[in-house]
Write a protein that binds this ligand. Structure first.
Ligand SMILES: *[C@@H]1O[C@H](CO)[C@@H](O)[C@H](O)[C@H]1NC(C)=O
Ligand SMILES: *[C@@H]1O[C@H](CO)[C@@H](O)[C@H](O)[C@H]1NC(C)=O
Ligand SMILES: *[C@@H]1O[C@H](CO)[C@@H](O)[C@H](O)[C@H]1NC(C)=O
Ligand SMILES: *[C@@H]1O[C@H](CO)[C@@H](O)[C@H](O)[C@H]1NC(C)=O
Ligand SMILES: *[C@@H]1O[C@H](CO)[C@@H](O)[C@H](O)[C@H]1NC(C)=O
Ligand SMILES: *[C@@H]1O[C@H](CO)[C@@H](O)[C@H](O)[C@H]1NC(C)=O
Length: 296
């Protein structure tokens, strides 16, 4: 029997993705739906500027070709989380494993506009003597100290989750969300076990499945964004689900990494792609450079 693992389904956009065999009866409706908020930008120039800011450290020079994209103005998606009774918005990020939010002592300008965690206002907070530094693929560096508290995601409560309280928030001011909730199965530097491992341990979900639907700008009025936990909203996609194996888990343990062989734009193949691709809900674009492709 295959090991019972978390599965991730990313529908709409271009790829539907899942692993593991826990999908026998995913068409039932016994799952949770968590609303996602979306940040849009209605100017291609502004969007390009934001992209360059977000990814400038990833690329040594600006490699963005000036495409004018009339419909895809969907910049970021994020949702709610409660830590020690305090509410935050976080990226539900399948590309990383750790949870962090800004701390009340953070004085940097990036922390300025965000909700900040105040340990004093939480009766369940357990401090730790440990500091943390996290760096993300975009070049962002977040640092601060660790603590444990009760974390609630859409009514599911887990105790003693270790999370980061950021004192230096390398997030650029372009981010509306306060922090990041890592949803990969990697061993977290801070949150180990992470929130999804803790939720899995509680056995409250009917299937170990996370699914995302990213509403598109073009369909704004009706196309709500959401994350499903424990099942899939079958009304959110058409056709059949396509299954991909995760690639080399010895080399990339716990990542949602698949093989990518082609991309089509309006049915026309780009071709020549033979690469790994990370299913990363913390990013919103295809990034293709050399042999490496990052999806989402
Ligand atoms: C699991 O399925 C049951 C029905 O079989 C449903 O009542 C329950 O709400 C589901 N749990 C979650 C967390 O979705
Ligand atoms: C946190 O958010 C939840 C859900 O929106 C809300 O019911 C609750 O009142 C909020 N709590 C605080 C302290 O703002
Ligand atoms: C932020 O400013 C306050 C008041 O000036 C200071 O006490 C605190 O140590 C500063 N925090 C950090 C992380 O520098
Ligand atoms: C949470 O951590 C505290 C302090 O480390 C400990 O006393 C408590 O038993 C832990 N609770 C759970 C549910 O693990
Ligand atoms: C997976 O990665 C490990 C470590 O890099 C390597 O030793 C192994 O050969 C790889 N397996 C495959 C099938 O590529
Ligand atoms: C794709 O890459 C893999 C691993 O690098 C290689 O074994 C395979 O032959 C390549 N396929 C094509 C069609 O180039």
């Amino acid at each position: 029997m295959k090991k019972f693992l978390w599965s991730l389904i990313s529908f709409i956009t271009f790829i539907v993705f899942i692993t593991s065999s826990d999908v026998a009866s995913i068409s039932d409706s016994n799952y949770l739906t968590i609303e996602l908020f979306k940040r849009e930008t209605n100017s291609p120039e502004k969007q390009r500027a934001l992209l360059t800011l977000k990814y400038s450290k990833l690329f040594r020079r600006d490699v963005f070709i000036p495409l004018v994209n009339e419909i895809n103005l969907d910049f970021s998606y994020y949702g709610l989380i409660t830590i020690g009774g305090q509410n935050f918005t976080v990226d539900y990020d399948t590309g990383s494993p750790d949870l962090w939010v800004p701390g009340i002592q953070c004085n940097s300008s990036q922390c300025g506009t965000h909700n900040k965690f105040d340990p004093v206002k939480s009766s369940t907070f357990v401090p730790s003597q440990k500091n943390f530094i996290l760096s993300y693929g975009t070049g962002t560096v977040i640092s601060g100290y660790e603590g444990q508290d009760v974390v609630i995601l859409n009514g599911i409560s887990v105790t003693n989750l270790t999370f980061g309280i950021a004192l230096v928030d390398g997030f650029n001011t372009i981010y509306e969300e306060d922090g990041i909730l890592g949803l990969s199965r990697q061993i977290g530097q801070v949150s180990n076990p992470g929130l999804i491992q803790k939720i899995k341990g509680k056995k409250v979900l009917n299937h170990t499945i996370i699914a995302f639907h990213f509403g598109r700008y073009k369909l704004k009025a009706t196309d709500k964004s959401f994350m499903n936990l424990g099942g899939i909203d079958v009304s959110a996609y058409i056709g059949n689900i396509v299954y991909n194996n995760l690639i080399n888990q010895t080399r990339h343990p716990g990542t949602w990494m698949i093989s990518l062989h082609d991309i089509q734009v309006d049915g026309i193949s780009i071709g020549g792609i033979n690469s790994s691709a990370l299913i990363d809900t913390g990013r919103l674009y295809f990034i293709l450079y050399k042999n490496v492709a990052l999806f989402q």
